[in-house]
Design a protein around this ligand. Structure first.
Ligand SMILES: CC(C)(COP(=O)(O)OP(=O)(O)OC[C@H]1O[C@@H](n2cnc3c(N)ncnc32)[C@H](O)[C@@H]1OP(=O)(O)O)[C@@H](O)C(=O)NCCC(=O)NCCS
Length: 212
């Protein structure tokens, strides 16, 4: 285990984008690394991490490790207004990303080269981004994502990052949030349950909510 004593939390910035995408990929297969599944590993972060630091409706906090040249080693990213965030993403995030990865999905550098199934699936997703259900929005306009690199897990940082995000949402007058997880990710489910999250009745499997 690393000495994580000097790790601290600060607000996320646009310049953190590559690190956020990297963490997203390294935790992207139900909590484990998804690196082996992709040729274009940035796709996961382009969908689930980077928009939160680029769009005005997003917010984020990151863990920084001074003993690793101030590397970003974990994050919580979210929005206090999911519908506004979705609108901003469709107007000023996805069009650029879609240009980089055109539809119908094909290899961006060589159309004759087959795409890997995970890359193809994400290219389809960025051309048709999912919207939160009305039920989720009725529960709360706020949602978030949290991911921490393996060597910093199970040392209280998830709880601390979540507390920072909750303070941020409280300052905006909110008292609930929801998030989605891969139903295969039993470990994350136990973490969320420990923090008081419960499944949202009527929502898809893996959507959990918290009253705070
Ligand atoms: C899930 C994750 C964010 C949790 O953060 P963490 O720093 O490891 O968790 P913490 O150490 O803050 O744990 C907080 C509490 O949850 C409990 N907990 C955490 N993981 C647990 C697990 N797998 N099983 C049971 N309890 C768990 C801890 O025991 C702790 O309880 P306590 O404070 O009452 O003693 C982190 O492990 C992670 O990033 N995992 C990989 C990516 C991932 O799955 N992200 C979620 C995607 S939806």
């Amino acid at each position: 285990m690393t000495d994580t004593g000097r790790v601290y939390i600060r607000e996320a910035r646009v310049e953190d984008s590559p690190a956020l995408s990297r963490i997203c990929l390294l935790t992207g297969d139900a909590g484990q690394s998804a690196e082996h599944l992709y040729e274009f590993g940035e796709l996961v972060g382009l969908m689930y991490a980077e928009p939160y630091v680029h769009l005005p409706a997003g917010f984020g906090f990151v863990m920084v490790d001074p003993s690793k040249s101030d590397a970003v080693v974990g994050y919580v990213l979210g929005t206090a207004d999911t519908r506004l965030f979705e609108q901003q993403a469709s107007e000023s995030w996805f069009p650029e990303v879609q240009k980089r990865y055109p539809h119908p999905p094909r290899h961006p550098q060589d159309p004759n080269r087959p795409l890997r199934p995970a890359d193809e699936r994400y290219i389809r997703i960025i051309h048709n981004p999912p919207r939160a259900s009305d039920l989720q929005i009725a529960f709360s306009p706020a949602h978030l994502h949290i991911d921490i690199l393996p060597e910093y897990q199970r040392q209280g940082w998830g709880r601390r990052l979540m507390a920072r995000a909750i303070d941020h949402l409280k300052e905006r007058g909110l008292d609930r949030l929801w998030l989605g997880l891969d139903p295969r990710n039993e470990s994350a489910k136990r973490f969320y349950q420990r923090l008081g999250f419960e499944g949202l009745e009527g929502a898809p499997d893996g959507v959990m909510g918290l009253n705070f």
